[in-house]
Design a protein around this ligand. Structure first.
Ligand SMILES: Cc1cc2nc3c(=O)[nH]c(=O)nc-3n(C[C@H](O)[C@H](O)[C@H](O)COP(=O)(O)OP(=O)(O)OC[C@H]3O[C@@H](n4cnc5c(N)ncnc54)[C@H](O)[C@@H]3O)c2cc1C
Length: 377
């Protein structure tokens, strides 16, 4: 167990994909790096467990691609879209492009790699207070007190770091589409979903199902707070989910994005900065890449003398904007079709006549080759 009042170059709050990617890149750049994580790992995380091909170039540049590919996984060979009336349209996915890996396995493996590379981990220790002193941050947990010149918020969509430091995050939370939430569970695989990811419009929202590592079926229900009971009952009827099934839940499903570099020496990554609709399964990529970019921003801040903080903030704000640039329109379209199910049904009816349109849209999210996708130096 590390000593209290320890000093680092960089403190990262949260050990999800954004936090561990940031830690890996930071220690490789020679920064003394601490990760503070609320819960002990391995831990479960509400997610569809689908790995978009864009993650591989990022994981390769972090030196962990082989370690991740060797985790228990499935290759997702097809995507199936199912309308509310049960009419299905199925498309093949590019071979070897999309993986199904449980977040329990993936997040634990990535964090282990970061610790092995030299990051110091304070796990099972939620961040409860953050203060700014002359030119550094002091982060306090129930057991520790750490200081560093750079602080990275990688603590997810309900980021404690943002809540403690940024009044704007409170208004973003208030403007969240707070009526929607996600419920998730893992079930034994049903044969019809083997090597398949299915996106199904349901009476009470939508459902994502994916065959993932360990012979499991990941089932995510997206619905509103008022319709949780009905959505679970529908899942029992439609997918055979046991009535006493334990579910995990998470909210909000979307909220206003935050400034990713809002204060000198503070960088927001992953869901802490920007939450995207889960339907297209790209959040892990954004988390990994923004974590990696935040480490580069930290390096620039620490090595550029007096101009460091301003230089690093402008680098990170611009790189973060470019990361999402021209990528979000399919995601927004997907959000429209799930917010207005009539639009989803109408689109599927049209795509049944012109499947090449849906194939083209799908290729924007799951490209044939992911070499370099989204990885901009
Ligand atoms: C229903 C659903 C399905 C999804 N499906 C997919 C999918 O199939 N593919 C995909 O790519 N993306 C998917 N996503 C999105 C993806 O899950 C997120 O974008 C991704 O997890 C963001 O990673 P992160 O590291 O930013 O945050 P997280 O993964 O949320 O990690 C944050 C970490 O911070 C820790 N933390 C929180 N508070 C504190 C604190 N006070 N102190 C210390 N630590 C703290 C948490 O314990 C956690 O470990 C889905 C999301 C939802 C809601």
């Amino acid at each position: 167990m590390p000593d209290s009042d320890s000093e680092y170059d960089l403190i990262i709050n949260g050990a999800g994909p954004a936090g561990s990617a940031c830690a890996l890149a930071a220690v490789r750049a020679g920064l003394r790096t601490a990760i503070v994580e609320r819960v002990p790992f391995p831990r479960h995380k509400v997610c569809g467990d689908c790995f978009n091909p864009s993650v591989w170039p990022v994981l390769a540049s972090l030196g962990v691609e082989d370690a991740v590919r060797s985790l228990p996984h499935t290759l997702l060979k097809r995507v199936r879209f199912v309308s509310r009336r049960g009419r299905a349209l199925e498309l093949p996915l590019p071979p070897g492009a999309e993986y199904g890996i449980t977040r329990r396995d993936f997040d634990d493996a990535l964090l282990r790699q970061a610790v092995k590379a030299g990051a110091v981990l304070y796990a099972g220790s939620p961040v409860t207070g953050i203060t700014r002193t002359a030119d550094s941050w002091r982060v306090v947990t129930d057991r520790h007190s750490l200081t560093a010149r750079v602080l990275v918020a990688a603590d997810g969509r309900n980021s404690t770091t943002s809540r403690l430091l940024l009044p704007s995050s409170r208004s973003a939370a208030q403007t969240a589409a707070s009526t929607r939430l996600a419920l998730q569970c893992h079930l034994p695989l049903a044969e019809t979903y083997r090597n398949t990811v299915a996106l199904e419009w349901t009476k009470h929202g939508y459902c994502g199902l994916a065959h993932v590592g360990g012979g499991l079926l990941n089932l995510c229900l997206v619905t509103t707070g008022k319709k949780v009971v009905e959505a679970k009952a529908e899942a029992t009827g439609r997918y055979g989910v046991p009535t006493d099934q334990a579910w995990s839940s998470i909210a909000p499903l979307n909220r206003a994005p935050l400034n990713p570099a809002p204060m000198a020496g503070l960088f927001l990554t992953g869901d802490a900065a920007r939450v995207v609709e889960p339907f297209t399964g790209e959040g892990i990529f954004y988390a990994l890449r923004s974590g990696q970019l935040a480490a580069e921003a930290a390096r620039r801040l620490l090595t550029s003398g007096d101009t460091g903080p301003a230089h690093a903030a402008s680098f990170y704000a611009s790189a973060h904007r470019m990361l999402y640039h021209r990528r979000l329109w399919v995601n927004r379209l997907a959000r429209f079709t799930v917010t207005y199910p009539w639009a989803g049904n109408a689109s599927l009816a049209v795509f049944r006549l012109f499947p090449q349109g849906l194939r083209w849209l799908t290729s924007k999210v799951v490209p044939e080759t992911a070499g370099g996708a989204g990885v901009r130096k």
